[in-house]
Design a protein around this ligand. Sequence first.
Ligand SMILES: Cc1cc2nc3c(=O)[nH]c(=O)nc-3n(C[C@H](O)[C@H](O)[C@H](O)COP(=O)(O)OP(=O)(O)OC[C@H]3O[C@@H](n4cnc5c(N)ncnc54)[C@H](O)[C@@H]3O)c2cc1C
Length: 455
Amino acid sequence: MNNAAPKHLTIIGAGLAGALLATLLARRGWQVDVYEKRGDPRQQGYQGGRSINLALAERGRHALRLAGADDAVMAQAVMMRGRMVHFLDGRTDLQRYGRDDSEVIWSVHRGELNLILLQIAEDAGAQLHFHRGLHSVDFERRLAVFHDDRDGSSHEIVFDSLVGADGAGSALRGAMKQAADLGERTEFLGHSYKELEIPPAADGGFSIEPNALHIWPRGRYMCIALPNDERTFTVTLFLPNEGEPSFASVRSGADARALFERDFADALPLIPQLEEDFERNPTGLLATLYLDRWHLDDRAVLLGDAAHAMVPFHGQGMNCAFEDCVALAERLLADDDRARAFAEFQARRLPSARAIQAMALENYLEMRDRVDDDDYLLQRALERELAERHPDRFMPRYAMVTFHRMPYEVAFERGQRQRELLVELTRGHDSLGSLDWDAVDATVCARLSPLPTDE
Ligand SMILES: Cc1cc2nc3c(=O)[nH]c(=O)nc-3n(C[C@H](O)[C@H](O)[C@H](O)COP(=O)(O)OP(=O)(O)OC[C@H]3O[C@@H](n4cnc5c(N)ncnc54)[C@H](O)[C@@H]3O)c2cc1C
C-alpha cells in the first residue's frame, strides 16, 4: 500500500475498543467504518447484558486522553481508593491501593462509557453502522457479509483490512481460523459469576463507603462490589462451578439467600432483590483466550477481547484493550505497509497480553484467599515500606500495572522478583520491627535495577 492510497479501515464491533480505535484514526483523517451487531445504544438504551461497571486505571485513561474522551468519562466516574475487605465476623478494613489519591482507580459504567465513545467516534468522522453483525468473510475477494438482526437481511461490503474488535466470541476470529491456524486455545477457569445490585440508601445516598472496591473474600469464592454514580453498587458473586458452595449447589434465589446469610451476612440487608437478581441475571463464564497469531497478513487483525480475553480479577481487560488501540493506531499511522504494521502490533502486544492474562489469574487467588491472611499482610506492609525507602527500584506490582504504563511483561517479571524478596525478607518474622534494615536495603539495591519510566 503506498502513500497515495486512501487510508480506509473497517472495524468489526463498536464496543469499547472498536469505538476508541475508530476515534484515534478518524481524528487523524482516516476513513473508518465500524460495523456493530447491536442497535445504536444512543437511541435504544444500552443493552450490554454483562459487567455493568468496570475499573478504569491509568492505561485506559491515557488512551482516553489521546482520544479526547477522558473528561467526559471522568465526569461520571467514581473514585475507588482501595479494597474495603469485609471479614466473616463483620469487621472491615480499607487497604489502600496507592500512596494517596493520585493513585486510585475509577468505577465507570460500561453503558455510559460506550455511549461517550460512540459519540466521539462519530464526531471525529467515523461512520457507524448498527444492526450489522459480521456473518462471514471471503478473504480472497476481500468481501465481508453482515446480517441485520431485525429482518435477517444480508449486506456485503468490500474491505481493505478488517479489525476484529468484536469481543471474546469474535466472529472475525472464527472466519480467520478457517483461513489460517491461529493457535487458538481457551482455558476455562471453572468459576463463574452472577451480578446483583445494592440500591441507594433511604436518603438517596450510597449505602456503604462509595470510594472503595468492596471485597468479601471467602477462600474458594468471593463477592465484590463497585460503586455506580447513581448511588448504587454492582455486586458480583464469584463461585466455582462445582463443589460446595458452587453454582451447582446454589441454584435458586432461596439458595443464594442461605449462602449470603452464612457467608456474606453484612451484605445481605443491602441487597433487597437478592432472590430476583440471582434468578433473573445470567451466570457468566470466565475463561482465558490464548492465540499465537492475531493477524492474517494485511487483511485482518484482532485486538481487545477478540485477541486475548482474560479473567476479570485485575480489572485490566478494557484497560489492555484500550492500550491495544493506541499501539495499533500508532503502527498504522507510522507505516503504510499494513501487513508489517499488523505484525509489529502483534509482536509488541502479544507478550503484554500474555503477562496481564497471567497476572489476572493470579489475582483471583490473592483477592479471594489472601487479602485477610497474616503472612500476606506482613508482606504487604514490607512492600509499602520498601516502596517508600526505594521509590526508584521497588514498586508494588499492583501499582506498576494500575498506575503506570510500563509494559505488562515488565511489571510481571519485576513483580515476581519482588515477591521472592518479600517472602525471603519476612521469613521467620511476624512484624517489621525485627528486620535488619541495613541488610534489607542492601538486598533491594543488589537485586532490583532502577524502574523504567513510562514511555
Ligand atoms: C465480569 C467482568 C468484569 C470486568 N471488569 C473489568 C474491569 O473492572 N476493568 C477492565 O478493564 N476490564 C474489565 N472487564 C473486561 C472488559 O469487559 C473487556 O476486556 C472489554 O469489554 C473488552 O473490550 P472489547 O471492545 O474488546 O470487547 P467488547 O466490549 O465485548 O465489545 C465487542 C463489541 O462487538 C460487538 N460484536 C460482537 N459480535 C459481533 C459481530 N459478529 N459483528 C459485529 N459486532 C459484533 C458487540 O456487540 C460489542 O459491542 C470485565 C469483564 C467481565 C466479564
